[in-house]
Design a protein around this ligand. Structure first.
Ligand code: NAD
Length: 347
């Protein structure tokens, strides 16, 4: 049976959740609640029921599930109140600003016996799924390094995202998605992290960052977010033992170059700039295969499908407490690294 959902916070992302809920095969949109009267009125003008208070949501016995889509600093209190009122709760990312706050949310979920999860929707991004597919098929061999970048050129938004007290900054905003993806891709302990932050258009919070993650086996991942990049660097670059994959932009397919023959006796030196090189001589299609991967299938509704099946005990929740805690602790380690200028041990 469909679960009755109320979306808390009817801003940008709350609007997205309500739209998806209206098309969902697993949830009924019962209504929304926003702290601002004008947002409630806007919902009503669109034919969506709006509760007048959060208490009214919590005391409605028909409500099974709430999705909390409000500024980051306010997540813990609202999620904990929902769980304590016997509602299942989805929280937007980043789930909390500190791991200590997240622990209080997890404790509340255990006490209530209700489902609590986080909307890590970028696990359904097709660019990420293409990287995951390459790891699974092993067609370009063992991973050496993956680089994941998001570059924009509009600075950080001037709303709460630019303010520290609200949990603003790019490490929280985009970092939480990109780090979650990397930890999904590489199933190993992290040895250490090194991070530097950018403050180009905003002094209060980071408007970009560069994060190097080193895993137990020596595999590395690099995550970078920039908000003043008028030419964007590739979304994903994956270097493996028998090939390389590149996604120039999330709208593009994955380009793969796979090595067919390693040894070349007839490599000819090439002229580059003012000199000759054999080491950097490009390869041809005799020794490599170049091809594009089909875009993997993805349906973002699968997140809510999993939540509803997990509530009914039919499958485990995909976004687990342990995973979101690990990502938040890694973000904390990245902030410590940026502050001290040193590599920080992790796990
Ligand atoms: P927003 O500013 O557009 O909207 C927030 C809304 O919450 C506002 O309408 C505000 O009035 C309301 N609000 C504030 N405090 C409230 C409270 N205590 N109770 C009820 N309503 C309250 O922000 P947004 O862009 O929608 O972001 C909301 C959350 O969603 C953030 O945590 C953000 O990081 C997350 N987000 C996630 C994604 C994603 O892809 N998963 C994308 C964008 C935003």
């Amino acid at each position: 049976m469909k679960k009755n959902l109320v979306v808390i916070g009817y801003g940008g992302m709350g609007g997205w959740h309500t739209e998806k809920a209206l098309k969902s095969d697993v949830v009924n949109l019962r209504g929304i609640y926003d702290i601002k009267a004008e947002r409630r009125e806007l919902a009503r003008s669109r034919g969506i029921f709006a509760y007048d208070s959060f208490d009214a949501v919590l005391s409605d016995p028909e409500v099974d599930l709430v999705t909390v889509a409000i500024p980051n600093d306010a997540h813990p209190e609202v999620v904990i109140r929902a769980l304590e009122a016997g509602k299942n709760a989805i929280c937007e990312k980043p789930v909390a600003i500190t791991s200590a706050e997240l622990q209080t949310m997890i404790d509340a979920a255990h006490r209530s016996g209700k489902l609590f999860t986080v909307h890590q929707n970028r696990r359904w991004d097709v660019d990420f799924l293409a990287m995951k597919q390459l790891m699974k098929t092993g067609e370009i061999g063992e991973l050496i390094r993956v680089e994941s970048r998001i570059h924009g050129s509009r600075g950080i938004p001037s709303d709460w995202r630019g303010k520290k007290a609200y949990g603003g900054g790019m490490l929280y905003d985009w970092g939480v998605h990109l780090i979650d993806q990397i930890l999904q891709l590489i199933d190993e302990k992290v040895r250490y992290v090194y991070c530097t932050l950018e403050n180009i258009t905003n002094d209060e919070v980071d408007d970009g960052f560069r994060l190097e993650i080193t895993f137990e086996s020596g595999k590395t991942a690099y995550v970078e977010v920039g908000t003043l990049n008028f030419i964007a660097m590739p979304r994903f670059y994956m270097k493996c033992k028998s090939g390389t994959a590149l996604i120039s932009d999330w709208r593009e397919k994955t380009k793969v170059v796979r090595c067919k023959y390693w040894h070349e006796s007839d490599v000819l030196p090439v002229e580059t700039a003012a000199g000759l090189t054999k080491t950097m001589a490009p390869r041809d299609d005799v020794t490599t295969d170049t091809y594009e991967l089909e875009r993997p299938a993805s349906d973002v509704h699968d997140f809510y499908r999993n939540v509803c099946r997990a509530i009914d005990g039919l499958e485990p929740q995909l976004v687990t407490h342990e995973q979101v805690m690990r990502v938040l602790k890694l973000i904390e380690a990245a902030f410590r690294s940026a502050e001290t200028g040193a590599r920080v041990d992790f796990e």
